[in-house]
Structures are given as C-alpha cells and as structure tokens.
Ligand binder design. Structure first.
Ligand code: SF4
Length: 466
C-alpha cells in the first residue's frame, strides 16, 4: 500500500520524494539514490517520469541527488508511485527525509577508491528501518569518502568516514569537510555502518532540542561525551591518508573537475551549466551508457558506451572540459522557478559567457535573481543582482552587497562586462586571477573609470564600423 503523500513543504525546507517542496515552477521532488548509481534503464524511466509528471527539467544537486521539477499536486501521486516501483522511494516520508548519505561516486570505477558503495547502501537501509533515527534534523548527513582520484574532501558531513589509504581503516570525524572535521578515531570498514548509527544516536541524546547540527554540538560541548558513548581506536600515528583533493588552483584550472570530467579511466564525466538538464537529455545520456552515476560536483559519470560517446554527449550540450567558461558561472534558478526571482538569471549568465571568456578563465561571475544570493552567498569577482527590471553590478561583492553600478539594462551589463574583459586582458599579469587583479588595481572604485573608458572606446569603434 502506498504511503500517504505529505503536504508540500514550505520554502527552505529539505525536499524529498514524498515531501516535495513548493517552488515557483511547481513541486520539487528530490530523489536520494542509494550509492548514486542509476542503471541506464532506471535513468530512462526517471527521464520519462520527469517529462510526463513534471515540467521536463531535472537538476543535479550538490549532494548527488536528482531533482524533478515542475510536478503538480495532480501528477505527484502517480510520480511517487512509479518511483516506488523503481525502488527509488521509501515507504515512509520520515525515513525518506533522513537518507542523506553521500558516498564516493567513483567507487568501483577507480581502483584507488575504497569500496564504500556497499557501506552506503547498508547505511541507507539502516536509516530507513531504524525509526529512532527518523528524528535526526532534516539536513543531517553522512559522508563516506573512499578517496582515490576524486575524493570527497570538500563535502561537509555531520558524520564522515575517510578511507585511510593502504588500510582497511576509515578515519571517523564529525562536523565538517575532510580538513575541518573533528577526528574522533578510526574504525575498520565492517564497523562503519554501526559506528555511523551509534554516533547518530549519541548526537540525538546529546542534542535533544536539535538546536544545532553536529558541528554546533562539538563547538558547544567538545568531543568527550561523544567519545564516551562511541569509543573508537586512535587513528594510526602515520596514516597514509588519501592524497589531497586538489593541487593549488590557478586561473582557468578546476583541479578536481579535471579529474572528473571528460574521458577518464572507467567513465566519461559530463557536467551541464548550473547542473540543470532537460529530461530528454537525461534519457539520451542513458542510451549512451550502461549506468549513470550522480555526483556532488553536479556532473554525471557515464559507465560503458562506445566510440563516439563523447561527441554525442557534447552534441547534447554536455560539458566535458574543466576549463569550460560555463563552469565559472553561477546563477540561481531565477524567475519562473522561484517566487522571488526578478530575472532569468541563468539565461542572462550564459549570455555573458560569450563576452567574458578571459574573465571566466580567471574568475567567477555570479548572477542572482534577487538580493538573497542562494546560488552563491559569498562575494565573487563579478556579481549581478537583479533589482526591478535591471541589474546592479558589484565587483568583489556578494549578491545584494556593494555595487559600483545600479539599475543597469542587460545591454549595459553586457557592455560593462565586456569592458572589464578588455581591461583585464590588457593589464593582468601572467597567471593573475581576476580577484587578485581587481585588488592589485586598487579595488573596484579604481577600476570603474578604466572600465567606463573601455566601454566608450568599444562603442566608438562600433559606430565607426557601422
Ligand atoms: S536568490 Fe532569490 S530569486 Fe534566486 S533562488 Fe534565491 S530567493 Fe530565489
């Protein structure tokens, strides 16, 4: 018997398949796929469901989930029923909500990655059946990092396990990414699931009001109480931890994506601008591979497939190179997908990619459809914030922050960004990234007259040529 559909949640909650979130383009249904692995037939079926029961758009989330957009109250029951038949949905919304297990998507493809997929599936099952764990906060999550070529070093976990290279051991840590989490000890692979469950239960007993997540608990009370409840062996004194996630970044390099995208040993990695793609594209990708893997890098890994696969993927709009300028854009879902959206932020961002290849090779442009800045809360070298019918443009500012120009038309935005492109291209030092360049030039205020002059020259040149 099908479980009842819980009423849609309000904005800001954590959506699931049975507890979808209402956004401007309808209900958002998030699929938590155990092990992040979709056989081609399942991916095809999901693509078909997204087309028939949603608005045909799917998102790749930063927690390696798949989101079906534009579902309606009328289509939701049929969608969740079909997803349950595919084994992608739990029977109970509360169990569904806490199945937040991120594991290395390259497990089984990369020989250097520890076998974390079976552990992730066992932990997923434990979260599904142990009702006391359903009381965990909605975003409480677990990270199982097998290391290897594409480690989950930057993923933040309330409870995390990082494979210790060359051993059967995992470092057990809480409240952070690999570098920032607090180490509690280590355990062998066959103890990972029971340790994860024990730590989750310890968290529940120590933070009964759920005022904070694991990092907050550690900050408030330290690790002693957790360690008393879940004793662990110390990490070996000279652990051979999996190699660092990324060498130092340089302009135009996205080191981790270099190791994920394009033809790699064992998979073809493909990203899409802003992690969004059409259901038809997902279906077409499924026909090009035996299995699709979801990743936290908003990219898919295609297993299997013959020659011509890469060309076919590019023809579908897929991004195979880490230095593709579209990957240096961020934009929120914007008007039509969010009630607060004042602009089609993604379309406006993609239009800028055409006039700013060097800016995007050396930095990051963020376009936000309102001052909230959901897609990137921090400052970026170039930030556009929709306001009324136009945009504010700020340098080294967050969305809604200081702006050097206000109430710009799109044409004026394009002109100013092209002006900055010309100034940066002409005056940057070798290897200098955009943020460093702006700072060296004296900051945003000093750059404004140079950019305005560049714009005037471009306009005069265009007038002469016309
Ligand atoms: S930044 Fe504003 S418009 Fe964009 S998704 Fe967030 S709330 Fe919506």
């Amino acid at each position: 018997m099908n479980a009842p559909i819980t009423p849609p949640r309000v904005r800001g909650a954590c959506p699931g398949a049975l507890v979808p979130m209402a956004v401007a383009d309808g209900l958002l249904v998030r699929l938590r796929v155990p092990g992040h692995t979709l056989p081609a037939a399942t991916a095809l079926a999901v693509a078909d469901l997204a087309r028939r029961h949603g608005n045909g758009l799917v998102d790749l989330s930063q927690r390696a989930n798949l989101q079906i957009r534009g579902v309606t109250e009328a289509t939701l029951p049929a969608l969740t029923g079909a997803l349950r038949d595919l084994g992608l949905v739990n029977g109970d919304p509360e169990a569904e909500r806490v199945r937040n297990v991120l594991c290395s998507p390259t497990c089984g493809l990369d020989p250097a990655c520890a076998p974390v997929h079976p552990l992730a599936q066992a932990l997923d099952a434990a979260l599904s059946i142990n009702q006391d764990l359903w009381e965990l906060p909605a975003k409480f999550n677990f990270v199982l990092n097998g290391g290897g070529q594409a480690p989950l070093a930057d993923a933040v976990g309330d409870i995390r396990f990082d494979a210790l290279e060359g051993t059967d051991l995992f470092r057990v840590a809480v409240g952070g990414d690999r570098a920032g989490a607090t180490t509690l000890g280590c355990c062998p692979a066959d103890a990972v699931v029971r340790t994860a469950v024990a730590l989750a239960r310890a968290y529940r007993s120590l933070a009964p009001g759920r005022r904070y997540r694991m990092a907050g608990l550690i900050a408030a009370e330290g690790t002693a109480a957790l360690s008393r409840r879940v004793p662990l062996a110390p990490v070996p004194p000279t652990p051979r931890v999996t190699p660092p996630a990324t060498p130092p970044a340089t302009p135009a390099s996205r080191p981790l994506l270099d190791q994920v995208l394009g033809r790699q040993r064992g998979w073809l990695g493909v990203a899409f601008p802003f992690g969004g793609l059409r259901a038809e594209t997902l279906g077409a990708l499924a026909r090009l591979a035996s299995t699709l893997r979801l990743t936290p890098w908003r990219a898919l890994l295609l297993e299997g497939g013959g020659s011509g696969q890469a060309a076919a993927v590019e023809a579908l709009g897929g991004i195979l190179a880490a230095n593709d300028p579209r990957l240096a854009l961020s934009a929120c879902s914007g008007r039509g997908a969010c009630d607060s959206g004042l602009s089609d932020a993604r379309a406006d961002a993609l239009a800028l990619a055409k006039v700013a290849p060097h800016l995007l090779a050396g930095g990051h442009i963020h376009v936000s459809a309102c001052a909230k800045g959901c897609a990137h809360p921090g400052p970026t070298p170039v930030t556009l914030t929709a306001r009324g019918d136009g945009y504010d443009l700020g340098l080294l500012a967050p969305a809604g922050g200081d702006a050097q120009w206000r109430d710009l038309t799109r044409a004026r935005v394009t002109s100013l960004v092209a002006g900055l492109e010309a100034v940066y291209t002409g005056r940057r030092r070798p290897g200098e990234d955009l943020a460093s360049f702006i700072t060296r030039m004296g900051g945003p205020a000093q750059l404004v007259p140079l950019i305005e002059t560049s714009c005037r020259r471009a306009e005069e040149s265009a007038r002469v040529q016309s």
